[in-house]
Design a protein around this ligand. Structure first.
Ligand SMILES: [Zn+2]
Ligand SMILES: [Zn+2]
Length: 182
């Protein structure tokens, strides 16, 4: 039975969103979700000059700790992530692999001097989690209007896309899901 494992990493204020996010992801991907208390060492990923956390390093740790039974692993964090070639990222994933990572850091209205909006933060987090997990199902970026696999550079772009896969992406996810077993 395929299982999606959710791993909170120094989750801070998003800690309360883990369970509701898990329920949404279970519905979207048709897989049971379990929350795991995997010990991830965030200090190893921290770059003191940038004041940010290397998402590659966190992904590598997620994979190193992943039990065989976890078909897909999603790390959920609230820290400021980067990949070496980019200044910031909402998340990262292995294309057609097992692990993905998403952060709420850039999704919080308060970072932009706007009033806190918990419902909006949650919707953004769901979209980015579905997007990153979509990559682990082999999906590349999609150019169809509101498809969740559209690439978003800024948080406004996340608000413009929907939480849904377009028909073509959804078909690909379902095919992949079927190959992972019942
Ligand atoms: Zn992407
Ligand atoms: Zn699409």
């Amino acid at each position: 039975m395929p299982v999606l494992q959710l791993v909170p990493i120094l989750s801070g204020p998003v800690g309360g969103l883990v369970e509701p996010l898990g329920r949404r992801l279970a519905t979207v991907f048709g897989m049971p979700v379990e929350v795991a208390a995997t010990p991830i060492d965030v200090e190893v990923a921290y770059d003191g000059v940038r004041g940010q956390y290397n998402s590659r390093s966190l992904l590598a740790q997620l994979l190193a700790h992943a039990p065989k039974a976890a078909t897909r692993i999603l790390g959920l964090t609230g820290v400021d992530l980067y990949v070496p070639v980019l200044t910031f990222v909402f998340g990262e994933a292995e294309l057609d692999g097992r692990a993905a990572l998403v952060s709420s850091f850039l999704l919080d209205n308060e970072l932009y001097g706007l009033p806190a909006d918990g419902a909006l933060l949650f919707e953004r987090l769901v979209k980015e989690a579905v997007h990153e997990l979509g990559h682990t199902f082999g999906l590349v970026h999609c150019h169809r209007d509101t498809c969740v696999m559209t690439s978003s550079t800024y948080v406004e772009g996340i608000d413009l896309k929907s939480v849904e896969f377009c028909d073509r992406c959804l078909r690909a996810v379902r095919q992949k899901r079927a190959r992972l077993g019942a």
